[in-house]
Design a protein around this ligand. Structure first.
Ligand code: DOR
Ligand code: ZN
Length: 352
């Protein structure tokens, strides 16, 4: 690859962590993802959460109906179930048999619609054992929720208090540490000794590769740059960028694009989530280009995710060009609007 390419071709990427909600909101956000990605892991934190195979199948049918209406039939949603204190081993085995891609662990209270999440992993022993036995990945929102722990430390504390004991108890359980935000997480995943191949991976969002926590407070409070886990110091952003562009197959693309209406963000107690789906690939290309590692984008975006999930890699190719794309101030979202990441500015790369 040329040192400063203005065009790159890659196997079509997948998004290994995505929120598309339901109903009218889904209608307005799904096309942004399906334009760029072949598949996406669909997060189950709806209201009420997607806790059973039957609920996931019904959700999948609504997504497929919407894709059909959009004429976007080549996109595949990969469904997940929301782990609770009551998830049974039988539900795990049924999920495996019916093609559910993973379970998601939300510590109760950690983020949007997580009240029904796990209060203590000791309640999940049977479910975790079944996941380990059938090769069902567990996707973790890696933050402790205790109010005594500083919000900027919640991920690092989670590694010691939850993740390391979990991996000791279930050494062959496939775990994805989702949307990592710290140097501690990047190094933990990089260095983890594993019992088998592919037992630990991590997704990284575009916002955590491109911004540090100053972006939440630049000239005034910036609610559209607020997500969970919250943006961290510059040293953490650099460690994440190093991990993502290292060529290690443990790190792969997951946008965590999380739509909330403008009014729900710009308010006294605003929701967490960045809407990056509008031109997510352009954002990732910018991040990789910033360290001269565009040649590492394809592995991160298109190869390491399917390899981890033991799914086939995509075969279709896409092209990104170095051509600035203007990002609208707002986009339609049901009967409201949404403010995308980079609203009113440009993104240096666009999908052809
Ligand atoms: O910022 C976030 N938004 N982090 C999450 O973990 C959940 C997500 C959402 O669903 O809005
Ligand atoms: Zn998420």
């Amino acid at each position: 690859m040329a040192t400063n390419p203005t065009q790159i071709e890659l196997i079509q990427p997948d998004d290994w962590h995505l929120h598309i909600r339901d109903g009218e909101v889904m209608k307005d956000v799904l096309a942004d993802t399906a334009r760029q990605f072949a598949r996406a892991i669909i997060m189950p934190n709806l209201k009420p959460p997607v806790t059973t195979v039957d609920l996931a199948n019904a959700y999948r049918a609504r997504i497929e109906g919407q894709l059909k209406a959009l004429g976007m039939n080549s996109f595949t949603p990969l469904m997940t179930l929301y782990l609770t204190d009551n998830t049974s081993a039988d539900e795990v085995r049924k999920a495996k048999a019916e093609g559910i891609a993973a379970f998601k662990l939300y510590p109760a209270g950690a983020t949007t619609n997580s009240d029904a999440g796990v209060s203590d992993l000791k309640h999940c022993h049977a479910a975790l054992e079944a996941m380990q036995a059938v090769g069902m990945p567990l996707l973790v929102h890696g933050e402790v929720t205790s109010s005594e722990i500083d919000i900027f430390d919640r991920e690092a504390v989670f590694i010691d208090q939850v993740l390391e004991p979990l991996r000791k108890n279930f050494p062959e359980l496939k775990i994805v540490f989702e949307h990592i935000t710290t140097l501690q997480a990047a190094h933990y995943v990089r260095d983890a000794a594993t019992a088998g191949k592919n037992t630990i991976g991590a997704t990284i969002t575009p916002q955590h590769l491109l911004m540090n926590r100053n972006a939440i407070f630049a000239g005034g409070i910036r609610p559209h740059n607020y997500c969970l886990p919250v943006l961290k110091r510059e040293e953490h952003r650099i460690a994440l960028l190093e991990a993502a562009t290292s060529g290690s197959s443990r790190f792969f693309l997951g946008t965590d694009s999380a739509p909330h209406a403008k009014g729900a963000k710009e308010t006294a107690c605003g929701c967490a989530g960045c809407y990056s789906a509008f031109n997510a690939l352009g954002l990732y290309a910018e991040a990789f280009e910033s360290v001269g590692k565009l040649d590492k984008l394809e592995g991160f975006a298109s190869f390491f995710g399917p390899d981890f999930y033991a799914l086939p890699r995509n075969t279709k190719k896409i092209t990104l060009v170095k051509q600035a794309q203007s990002i609208p101030n707002e986009l339609p979202l049901g009967d409201a609007t949404i403010v995308p990441l980079r609203a009113g500015e440009t993104i240096a790369w666009s999908l052809v």
